[in-house]
Design a protein around this ligand. Structure first.
Ligand code: MN
Ligand code: MN
Length: 482
């Protein structure tokens, strides 16, 4: 007869269980069905990431998904009624989706705001140069957003964006993603001759002006030309797109890491890709509003995608512009018997907003930058960040205890795993989101989104469990916040 086995599991203290709070990994104790849901949800997400390398592509993709679910452009319709699905775009770089609720707009929105711009290398206004010594043609770039410059060399890159010719014709450029497309690349120095470079600080290891991308090396057979290699590139661009060198001035061209999103880890539990900050929140919040179900919600739900977050949110497509205000006004005009300025202000004032953005997860090689009890961990669910900023909470809006309590109750009621966190140790650095700009409308705002490892790098990492449960969290917020 076998010996009666003593339960191996260490007995938990009932009192401790009741009183203490320690977020656990979602993967612990998850059933097979839910693992499958996490993995299958990430497939749609990876497709989105692979196809959307710029803010304009992300907005167009969101619009397509929305139209498939019956969303209509506000300018195309006369009247809006509760239950309607409508959207407004701004300059191809913002989109705001509305699922109209039963209550008047003046009672406020359940708003989720994410951003679709990501750190990258923009082409300079006059980018093309030929280096005679190396016999190489290059694009000069100007980096956008906070990058560690040394990470962007020797990485196969793609070129995305548009050129607007003088006649107004728009040319879409998209080179480097297809299997047989060429890529472009910034060449780092060989280690054999890097004695001097190795003495530079990591920050200066690659300098801004050294972020130059190789685009050609073959001279054109044109005796009288001064810059023959450059001319080969210009001719290629002219043959393909009918553009000349001056057209670069009226272009928006972004150099980004080439290739699709990938599964990471032998267990495939992570997603690796460029641009997950903050397209992870864009995708999950858009999917959440699309899949709110047939029942007309009480409060109007809205999801908005911003641009320019990575550079301070200035400009007509950043959160500091009037787009949000105007878009809500446009919907109000066709609903609730018309538009009134005070009602619009009330609508924003009485809104609850999630600033849907990422936090930095503990990186096993650099744990010291975090205060572990208040740090985000991959796989522990959506991160609730009460405030961002730096130092003594500078440059940050802070969510009120009342609002955090409401969000916490919604998540707990739906059994959605979540974790509270700061960005890092107090004196270690800092960062911000769109939260403080949304708060200018006097609305309650809370930062909430998944955590990433290697944020702002050419290959950021996220957890499939966090992606799926962030989507679920956003859906609950849209439906239940009141
Ligand atoms: Mn972000
Ligand atoms: Mn960022």
């Amino acid at each position: 007869m076998a010996k009666k086995k003593k339960s191996k599991k260490k007995e938990e203290s009932e009192l401790e269980k009741k009183l203490s709070f320690t977020p656990k990994s979602i993967w612990e104790g998850i059933n097979k069905k839910d693992i499958k849901k996490c993995y299958s949800f990430s497939r749609g997400y990876k497709e989105f990431l692979s196809k959307c390398k710029t803010e304009a592509q992300s907005v167009a993709y969101a619009e397509k998904l929305a139209r498939n679910e019956g969303f209509r452009e506000v300018s195309q319709i006369k009247n809006i009624s509760p239950g309607d699905r409508v959207y407004i775009k701004n300059r191809h770089k913002n989109i705001m989706l509305f699922r109209v609720g039963k209550k008047p707009l003046a009672e406020g929105l359940n708003l989720i705001a994410a951003h679709v711009d990501a750190p990258r290398l923009d082409l300079k206004p006059s980018p093309l140069a030929e280096d005679a010594d190396s016999q190489i043609a290059l694009f000069k770039t100007h980096y956008y957003g906070g990058i560690k410059k040394y990470q962007w060399v020797n990485v196969p890159m793609a070129l995305h964006g548009k050129v607007v010719r003088m006649d107004g014709k728009q040319i879409e450029i998209d080179i480097g993603e297809k299997k047989d497309d060429p890529v472009i690349v910034i060449p780092d120095l060989l280690p054999h001759l890097a004695a001097k470079q190795n003495r530079r600080t990591l920050r200066e290891g690659i300098k801004g002006e050294e972020l130059r991308v190789i685009v050609g090396s073959r001279p054109l057979d044109d005796e009288n030309a001064k810059y023959k290699i450059k001319l080969t590139v210009l001719k290629e661009l002219n043959d393909r797109y009918g553009m000349t060198e001056e057209d670069f001035v009226s272009a928006e061209l972004e150099v980004v890491p080439a290739g699709p999103a990938r599964d990471v880890g032998l267990d495939r539990s992570l997603v690796g890709a460029y641009g997950q900050d903050d397209r992870i929140c864009a995708y999950t919040s858009v999917m959440a509003i699309l899949e709110m179900g047939k029942k007309i919600p009480e409060r109007t739900a809205a999801c908005i995608l911003f641009d320019r977050e990575e550079v301070g949110s200035d400009g007509p497509t950043g959160v500091k512009s009037r787009f949000l205000l105007n878009a809500v006004g446009e919907v109000m005009e066709k609903l609730d018997g018309g538009y009134r300025d005070i009602e619009l202000r009330r609508s924003l004032e009485r809104s609850y907003a999630l600033s849907a953005d990422v936090n930095g997860a503990i990186n096993p090689m650099f744990k010291d930058v975090h205060e572990k009890q208040n740090a985000a961990v991959l796989g522990k669910g959506i991160v609730v960040t009460k405030y961002t900023g730096s130092g003594g909470k500078y440059n940050s809006s802070e969510a009120s205890a009342e609002f955090v309590a409401k969000v916490r109750r919604i998540l707990n009621d739906a059994k959605i795993p979540w974790q509270p966190a700061e960005l890092g140790k107090i004196d270690e650095g800092g960062g911000g989101t769109v939260a403080k700009f949304l708060a200018l409308h006097n609305m309650d705002v809370l930062d909430a989104g998944p955590a990433l490892v290697s944020m702002h790098s050419p290959f950021e990492l996220s957890s499939k469990a966090d992606i799926y449960y962030t989507y679920k969290a956003y859906k609950e917020f849209f439906l239940k916040m009141e």
